[in-house]
Design a protein around this ligand. Structure first.
Ligand SMILES: Nc1nc2c(ncn2[C@@H]2O[C@H](COP(=O)(O)OP(=O)(O)O)[C@@H](O)[C@H]2O)c(=O)[nH]1
Ligand SMILES: [Mg+2]
Length: 280
């Protein structure tokens, strides 16, 4: 599966973000903690290269905790500030605020030295679609301000939000880049609901998920879908699950499409455990 398309609204979003970047001091770059590397948008990082950047590994509640620690370490070694966050619960909020203060300190000292009035830090919240930017922003602000949604692409237009006395945040629409490099990366982004559902086949994504579950969580996989054993190829296993679940088409044949949708939504909801897709 090669994801290779760039719809008109992305072109506009990219232009808006490029314009807004001129106004900001700090970029909070959100990635999904289940695939912190695959979610990195090289195009966006290039645009923001002159800004202070903090990597936020969001949806940390759904990721494997030990993998998250490794990714944080890895990103810090690369020179980024990096923080794990659960925006639904506000876990990580304190660390994010500390990182923002750290990132702004040099600028603040400069303003002080020149006798300038200290203005609030201007911060852009950026990242791929559906990674939780609006939820994160609401969580930082401690109230519901930005619009959020379960489908990619809910945020449009510009919204500055005064989060506290000393911070103004800008929510941005999710941005993808024109060419997702590898098939595997495309499958991960599809499974994480980052690319629009028109761009992939559920069945293909579910087969990828079966592969991941066999490798990373065979026990939980068997228990959750009540499989007696994990045998045969991935297609066969998916058909077994269809039968177990009673996902059938007329004539009693398995309905793999229905099972594929079910498995994808199970993964997204965290029903299959905390499984990280990227590996270091
Ligand atoms: N489990 C979990 N879900 C989250 C988290 N942050 C956001 N979400 C969910 O992810 C979906 C997309 O969130 P949204 O803020 O609209 O993403 P945006 O498109 O990046 O602005 C929504 O269903 C949120 O409830 C998180 O930290 N943990
Ligand atoms: Mg949004």
């Amino acid at each position: 599966m090669t994801i290779n398309w760039y719809p008109g609204h992305m072109v506009r979003a990219r232009r808006d973000i490029e314009e807004s970047l001129k106004l900001v001091d700090i970029v909070l770059m959100l990635v999904d903690a289940r695939a912190p590397l695959s979610c990195r948008n090289p195009d966006l990082e290039r645009m923001a290269r002159r800004k202070k950047m903090v990597m936020i590994l969001n949806k940390n509640d759904l990721a494997d905790p030990s993998a998250t620690s490794s990714f944080l370490k890895h990103l810090r070694q690369e020179g980024f500030m990096a923080v794990a966050m659960n925006s639904l619960k506000g876990q990580g909020r304190r660390e994010v605020l500390d990182a923002v203060h750290g990132a702004y300190e040099e600028h603040r000292q400069n303003m002080l030295r020149r006798g300038r009035r200290i203005r609030p830090a201007r911060i852009m919240v950026a990242g791929v679609p559906n990674v939780g930017k609006s939820t994160f922003l609401n969580s930082l602000a401690g109230q519901k301000i930005a619009r959020t949604g379960a489908r990619p692409g809910v945020t449009r237009g510009k919204q500055w939000i005064r989060v506290r006395e000393d911070m103004e945040l800008l929510d941005t629409p999710g941005l993808l880049w024109p060419k997702i490099e590898t098939e595997e990366q495309g499958l991960k982004l599809a499974l994480l609901n980052i690319i629009g559902e028109n761009a992939y086949e559920d069945y293909e994504v579910a087969l990828y998920l079966v592969r991941v579950l066999r490798e990373q969580a065979p026990q939980l996989f068997m228990e959750y879908y009540k499989l007696a054993e994990i045998a045969g190829d991935d297609q066969r296993l998916l058909a077994d699950i269809s039968l177990k679940r009673g996902h059938l088409i007329k004539g009693g044949q398995p309905d793999p499409e229905k099972t594929a949708r079910q498995m994808i939504s199970d993964y997204r909801a965290g029903n299959l455990g905390r499984i990280t897709l990227d590996q270091l």
